[in-house]
Design a protein around this ligand. Structure first.
Ligand SMILES: [Zn+2]
Ligand SMILES: [Zn+2]
Length: 271
């Protein structure tokens, strides 16, 4: 156990990649077996999405260098909101408040990606998947990966987030993001109770519905409290009413080829 903890703390990037791979692979297999999807269809769909790892990972790892440099600078200079809050040295402020504030920043980032037209063109790539499953988690345009990391640098600078809270956030985010993209659905009551605090698969499936106003709701990353607070929450939709994708890009042909998808943000079509 101590060895795992040591490895986790001394190799933050590789341990996060490993954790990501283990969770996504396990849920992918469970999804295929439990939901009895055709292996051929599921693999074909996954292959398109999995190629995005090849473009996202180098950007993510390269930008992490700057995030970690900034984290050290904030720690040395005691810079950021978390350093001026009461009990700044306590675990409660550093980790609990730090995590809550970072999750709010992630909510804000997601709203910005939807509301600012030039940025939406890149985030649209994630929404253009007509067949939601765990592999959709990694479907992200490399330009969005870059933007997401630039925003993370901004959040770290404003909050003065420590290495510890970033590692905590990244770990919880990995578990939450991958599980919220599964095809599984929680029973009504469980979704209702868990959904008061967390983004459940049911809630994120509504976010992936192809039409407004559903696309513009449930922006939360790990916590759903921000959606409830800012009135952007849509509790659930019946499974039969869920159609995944985005209404401006419902053409199967244009949504299934990796290179074609990469070009989506640069197409001159009416949104
Ligand atoms: Zn979105
Ligand atoms: Zn999603």
């Amino acid at each position: 156990m101590t060895d795992i903890k040591e490895y986790f703390l001394s190799n933050p990037s590789s341990s996060q990649v490993l954790l990501y791979a283990v969770i996504i692979l396990s849920l992918w297999l469970i999804e295929a077996v439990v939901l009895a999807t055709s292996w051929k269809d599921k693999w074909r769909h996954t292959l398109t999405n999995i190629l995005f790892i090849g473009t996202a990972l180098p950007v993510q790892l390269f930008m992490t260098i700057f995030v970690l440099m900034l984290v050290s600078w904030c720690a040395v200079h005691h810079w950021g909101l978390l350093y001026i809050l009461p009990f700044a040295n306590s675990y409660f402020t550093k980790y609990f408040i730090g995590f809550i504030l970072l999750d709010f920043c992630e909510y804000l980032y997601h709203v910005i990606m939807h509301k600012v037209k030039p940025l939406w063109r890149f985030h649209l790539v994630h929404h253009s998947d007509l067949q939601l499953d765990v592999s959709t988690t990694v479907r992200e345009h490399p330009a969005e990966t870059f933007l997401r990391m630039c925003f993370l640098i901004l959040w770290v600078f404003l909050l003065g987030a420590s290495f510890g809270v970033l590692l905590l956030r990244q770990t919880l985010q990995t578990v939450a993001n991958i599980s919220s993209h599964t095809r599984f659905r929680l029973p009504g009551k469980a979704n209702y109770v868990l959904g008061w605090v967390f983004i459940t698969p049911n809630l994120h499936q509504v976010h992936h519905h192809y039409q407004l106003p559903y696309t513009d709701c449930n922006y939360g990353d790990v916590l759903s409290i921000w959606d409830r607070l800012f009135n952007t929450c849509q509790n659930d939709l019946p499974e039969t009413g869920l159609i995944y994708g985005i209404d401006s890009h419902m053409d199967k042909k244009y949504n299934s080829g990796f290179l074609r998808i990469l070009k989506i943000p640069f197409q001159s079509r009416k949104d």
